[in-house]
Design a protein around this ligand. Structure first.
Ligand code: HQG
Length: 179
């Protein structure tokens, strides 16, 4: 695995799921001090430097990580299982959004809608192709079309992460178009 991919996976672990592996605690909106991340990673045996961190943040294919304005803090833009309130303001989604899942989950989703499971939100994309990629991480991909505008009109809230992932608390089955 290329080093940057390996580092990105380590950063996902620390900044989304288990900050304690680098001796860290996430702030309420998911931020940690860059200096703490560098020293904590070194202590955990991961040779992270400021230059490498800059590279991961810039090159990461999904722009998973972001610095604050003065680059003293860093966080994951979405995807957490650790409890955070990312502080995004609600926005109006397009008419349709897409969710990638796999065939074996479809019956459960029909029964209970899309649930956030272990993460902080249900993740939706603006295009169906991204949803195919997301779904195939779990098995044979199935793309679900979500009637996002109808949900929004009914008072359900959406936010959009800095890296363009649409987030919502759950998607009731009545708003899902199954293939
Ligand atoms: C499924 C990755 C049964 C859901 C991706 C999914 C994404 C249900 C799985 C981001 C269900 C959870 C998020 C229900 C939902 N019954 N299964 N009621 N409701 N599910 O990994 O959306 O590379 O937590 O369909 O690319 O797959 O990490 O969520 O299959 O953007 O940056 O439960 O994570 O991005 O799986 O992926 P996940 P996800 P990163």
């Amino acid at each position: 695995m290329p080093d940057l991919v390996r580092l990105s996976k380590f950063l996902s672990l620390v900044l989304r799921h288990q900050p304690s592996v680098a001796g860290l605690t996430l702030g309420p909106q998911g931020w940690v001090l860059v200096s703490d991340l560098l020293s904590g990673s070194q202590t955990a045996g991961v040779p992270l430097t400021q230059d490498l961190l800059d590279e991961v943040v810039a090159d990461n294919n999904k722009k998973r990580f972001e610095y604050n304005a003065d680059k003293t803090q860093i966080r994951a833009s979405q995807g957490h299982s650790a409890p955070v309130d990312l502080g995004y303001t609600p926005s109006t989604p397009p008419e349709f959004l897409y969710h990638g899942t796999t065939s074996r989950f479809v019956d459960a989703i029909r029964a209970t809608g899309l649930q956030k499971m272990r993460r902080h939100a249900v993740h939706l994309s603006q295009d169906a192709m991204t949803a195919v990629d997301v779904g195939q991480r779990h098995g044979r991909p199935v793309v679900l079309k979500v009637l996002a505008k109808d949900m929004c009109d009914a008072g359900l809230t959406f936010t959009k992460s800095t890296n363009n992932v649409w987030l919502t608390d759950n998607v009731p089955a009545e708003y899902i178009v199954f293939p």
